[in-house]
Ligand binder design. Structure first.
Ligand code: HQG
Length: 184
């Protein structure tokens, strides 16, 4: 069946972040897949789309979820992987404060254990509170943590910024977290 843009975006997130093997797709170490192969394998499992459909989803993705290689032949998810990939991002100095949106029911566990990547490869942080709020809303009643990213960085924690502006780090221990009252 031809996929609409939302279905296609979800399909791409699923195979490029989580289950490439579900359609027999192989990602390279940096998470790239051949667009030609992806189209053939998607069509083979009944998700039909063209190169133009795919480029349209890449261009219109609200969170710029997907990146294209310079030669236009390959695609990868900018972040959010559960499969092991090395995005090849260079460490970056973060702003002094970053934000993490979650659901209120996770707050106690996060305050005692810190932020963990859970099923993903790294913890996802936002540069602004409004984005964190929206991320938190995906999980339930939102709660926002301020992350002392500058302090963490001074202690040797490493931060990366994905192609779409999402900040990534391996974990955030509780001492760098402050529960924030949403102002958005
Ligand atoms: C929580 C979306 C209990 C964490 C967004 C979060 C993002 C803990 C959940 C991207 C915990 C994991 C990622 C602990 C963390 N105890 N709960 N110790 N540590 N958690 O979906 O950050 O729309 O894997 O707070 O925009 O919500 O998919 O991560 O609530 O950028 O493109 O465990 O996904 O982008 O949830 O979202 P997720 P996330 P897309």
């Amino acid at each position: 069946m031809p996929a609409n843009p939302t279905q296609l975006s979800k399909f791409l997130s699923f195979v490029l972040r989580h289950k490439p093997d579900s359609i027999g797709l192989v990602l390279d170490q940096q998470g790239w897949a051949s667009i030609e192969d992806l189209i053939a394998k998607g069509n083979a499992v009944g998700t039909s789309f063209s190169r133009a459909d795919l480029l349209d989803v890449v261009a219109t993705s609200d969170k710029k979820r997907f990146s294209l290689s310079d030669d236009g032949q390959r695609i990868r998810a900018a972040q959010g992987h559960s499969v092991a990939v090395d995005l090849g991002l260079l460490p970056r100095e973060p702003p002094s404060v970053l934000y993490h949106g979650t659901a209120t029911r996770f707050v106690d566990a996060i305050l005692s254990e810190g932020l963990k990547p859970q099923a993903r490869q790294q913890v996802h942080l936002s540069a602004d509170e409004a984005t964190a709020y929206r991320v938190g809303q995906r999980h339930g009643k939102p709660a926002i943590f301020k992350v002392g990213a500058g302090h963490m960085h001074s202690k040797g924690f490493v931060f990366f910024i994905a192609d779409n502006g999402v900040w990534l780090t391996d974990l955030v221990p509780p001492e760098f977290l402050m529960l924030s009252s949403p102002s958005v």
